[in-house]
Write a protein that binds this ligand. Structure first.
Ligand code: ADP
Ligand code: ASP
Ligand code: MG
Length: 409
């Protein structure tokens, strides 16, 4: 007998029928004698619908009210799932984030979980109840409702699993596991039996939407055994664990990609020691996340700086730079929109120099122009035109033979 945390994403609870299916999955674990906590997302695309509704009222909704609005989506699902469980003869209770004791920092729209008071959940489990918890939401110290960022229900589930010292956290979703790349874009993508926390964290941060990056962070920090699996098919999913035991020695394990990227270039900067810090402090103050940064210095003392931001932040980035025109003393700002970032990830890269070279050779052969590059120990990212994104992913997927089952080591 153990404790299992299950999480069902939006598609997996998108209708009354699917909620019944989720209830059956919870019951199956309960029947094995486990305590069961179920975390759910809002039904189907209802969070998007709420976002659109707000946009009909105002173009600049207050972040507090946005959280108030978006947190309602999950509340619909928890009550319906608890009802479904009760209807099937099982004792169940639903909790919103604050009722479940999920405390967060006071940041609306993208709050981090600071701690979880598990007293209430523990006492419900002790009574034998299946406890259903709203994902994606929490409460600040002074009682404000917060949300954890889009896709954040995964994080609620893993954080609860860590706090409750669960034996397992199962993420049920609309794909049967973590694939070598997004199977919706690349048909030859292959389901991975296992992947390490570090590789999954890179993939999630680089755009693989299958798991919220902070969920992977929690899983790694608290060593939560995590499995991504299908909510409809009864088959083993992908285990995310310390070292992927099943498929070792893979130089490239997976490919992530992300569109809607803009390159901003500031040219003819009077190069001074404080230039870089002035630019990036100003952007950080406005909560603009800067990704890849490239600086080039010419002999005459002038500098050019290029960096990438999300396209939704591009206009504000330019506005901030214009505000600082006098302090920075630059010649001009240029932006290039409609870019995408394609990244190859694999822990075997650490000991294999030349992976980046191979990647660039593949892209060159396909006439894909690389506009920016960034690397870490276990990934190489290339910024390319949005139009080339899928072609680049497919070419790399082929070249690194990701659809082939690797031989066991
Ligand atoms: P949920 O609503 O269950 O949280 P998400 O839409 O957030 O589901 O995540 C599942 C989706 O992630 C899949 O439908 C797939 O398109 C996408 N995805 C992106 N990269 C990958 C990958 N490497 N493996 C599997 N799915 C991926
Ligand atoms: N409902 C939220 C969203 O759509 C949270 C989640 O699905 O994980 O982003
Ligand atoms: Mg998700």
């Amino acid at each position: 007998m153990g404790l299992i945390v299950q999480k069902f994403g939006g598609t997996s609870v998108g209708s009354a029928e699917k909620i019944q299916n989720a209830a059956n999955r919870a019951i199956a674990e309960k029947q094995k004698g486990h305590d069961v906590v179920v975390v759910v997302s809002a039904m189907g695309k209802s969070t998007d619908a709420l976002v659109n509704l707000a946009a009909e009222i105002t173009s600049e909704p207050s972040r507090r009210e946005m959280d108030m609005l978006l947190s309602t989506g999950e509340q619909v699902t928890i009550s319906l799932l608890a009802m479904a469980l009760q209807e099937k003869g099982y004792d169940a209770v639903s909790y919103t984030g604050w009722q479940a004791g999920v405390r967060t920092e006071a940041v609306h729209g993208n709050a981090r979980i600071t701690d979880i008071d598990i007293t209430a959940i523990r006492s419900q489990l002790a009574e034998g109840r299946i406890t259903v918890v709203a994902g994606f939401q929490g409460v600040t110290e002074d009682g404000g409702i917060t949300t954890l960022g889009r896709g954040g229900s995964d994080t609620t589930a893993v954080a609860l699993a860590a706090a409750l010292e669960a034996d397992k956290c199962d993420i049920y979703t609309d794909v049967p596991g973590v694939f070598t790349t997004d199977p919706r874009y690349v048909r030859s993508a292959r389901k991975l039996a296992g992947i390490s926390y570090d590789e999954m964290l890179e993939l999630a941060n680089l755009g693989a939407g299958v798991l919220h990056p902070r969920a992977v962070e929690f899983a790694k920090n608290y060593q939560v055994p995590l499995e991504v699996r299908s909510s409809t098919e009864h088959e083993a999913g992908t285990l995310i664990e310390e070292e992927s035991s099943m498929e070792q020695n893979l130089i490239v394990r997976g490919i992530a990609f992300e569109d809607q990227i803009t390159r901003v270039s500031v040219t003819g900067l009077a190069s001074g020691l404080t230039t870089l810090s002035t630019i990036f402090t100003a952007l950080a103050k406005r909560n603009i996340n800067v990704d890849i940064i490239i600086q080039t210095q010419s002999d005459d003392g002038e500098a050019d700086i290029s960096f990438s931001v999300k396209t939704e932040d591009a206009a504000q980035t330019v506005a901030v730079l214009e505000e600082y025109k006098n302090a920075l003393d630059y010649e001009k700002i240029e932006t290039e929109r409609k870019l995408a970032k394609v990244s190859i990830v694999g822990s075997g890269m650490v000991s294999n120099p030349g992976v980046a070279a191979d990647m660039f050779a593949v892209l060159a052969e396909k006439n894909v122009q690389v506009k920016m590059v960034s690397t870490s120990e276990i990934k190489v990212s290339a910024v390319v035109s949005e139009n080339d994104m899928v072609k680049a992913v497919e070419a790399l997927h082929n070249a690194f033979e990701l659809s082939k089952q690797p031989s066991a080591v």
